[in-house]
Design a protein around this ligand. Structure first.
Ligand SMILES: N[C@@H](CCC(=O)N[C@@H](CS)C(=O)NCC(=O)O)C(=O)O
Length: 215
């Protein structure tokens, strides 16, 4: 896995040998845009992360985090050390989808809508919804180690990416500041999946200190 530098210049996401990022051992690209151009020379859309790169076809398979997450869950069992691990178990899919939608709308996307709200009232109503969902998740975790019982499912990772940055970024910069994650039981969720986190605290700290956080 390669990690782009959290700080972007005018050429966009870049692979660099700096704290919180890595070079690109697969292709030796400097900019992620090179991967998009290698896949489609006529591509003029946004150059976004994440990206799943096919080292055999030398092309991007997907740049959708939703799709990539599901591909890792369902398409790579032949290569997995623990193929029996089910992060999207068939019996829970309906419930997982419903909670994923609520978490996306009110938390993952909610913090951005609060942060970029054009009025105080819009910021507050969106931020209140962030905390309504966090309160509900906190209550849910009072009786259960994970969101769906004894083992984590993919929902934890969807939530984790926002929770781990919440106190450092969204609480202050995006004015979602009724409470901090450290005040919640849900923090146990961030701790429990943090060993597998794809980001790095070093990277977030560098990015937050240097620019307005937008991703
Ligand atoms: N299509 C992507 C969008 C992901 C996305 O917006 N990524 C942000 C960072 S979190 C990004 O790369 N932004 C760069 C840009 O828009 O120029 C997905 O939903 O997975």
């Amino acid at each position: 896995m390669s990690v782009v530098d959290p700080i972007r210049d005018e050429s966009g996401w870049a692979f660099r040998d700096v704290p919180g990022a890595t070079p690109d051992p697969a292709n030796g690209f400097t900019y992620l845009a090179e991967a998009y151009r290698a896949t489609d020379p006529h591509y003029h859309g946004r150059v976004t992360v994440p990206v799943l790169w096919d080292t055999h076809a030398h092309a991007i398979v997907s740049n959708s985090d939703d799709d990539i997450m599901r591909m890792f869950e369902t398409e790579f069992d032949a290569f997995a050390r623990k193929p029996e691990l089910a992060l999207y178990p068939v019996s829970l899919r309906g419930e997982i989808d419903a909670l994923n939608d609520a978490i996306y709308e009110t938390i993952d996307d909610g913090v951005y809508r609060a942060g970029f709200a054009s009025s105080q009232a819009a910021n507050e109503s969106t931020a209140y919804r962030v905390f309504e969902t966090l309160d509900a998740l906190d209550a849910r975790l009072a009786g259960s180690r994970y969101l769906f019982g004894a083992a984590p499912v993919e929902t934890a990772w969807r939530l984790f990416v926002t929770l781990i940055r919440f106190d450092a970024v969204y609480h202050g910069h995006f004015k979602c500041n009724l409470r901090r994650i450290v005040d919640y039981r849900a923090q146990q969720l961030t701790v429990s999946v943090s060993a597998t986190a794809t980001g790095s605290a070093t990277g977030w700290a560098r990015r937050t200190g240097s620019s307005s956080p937008d991703g």
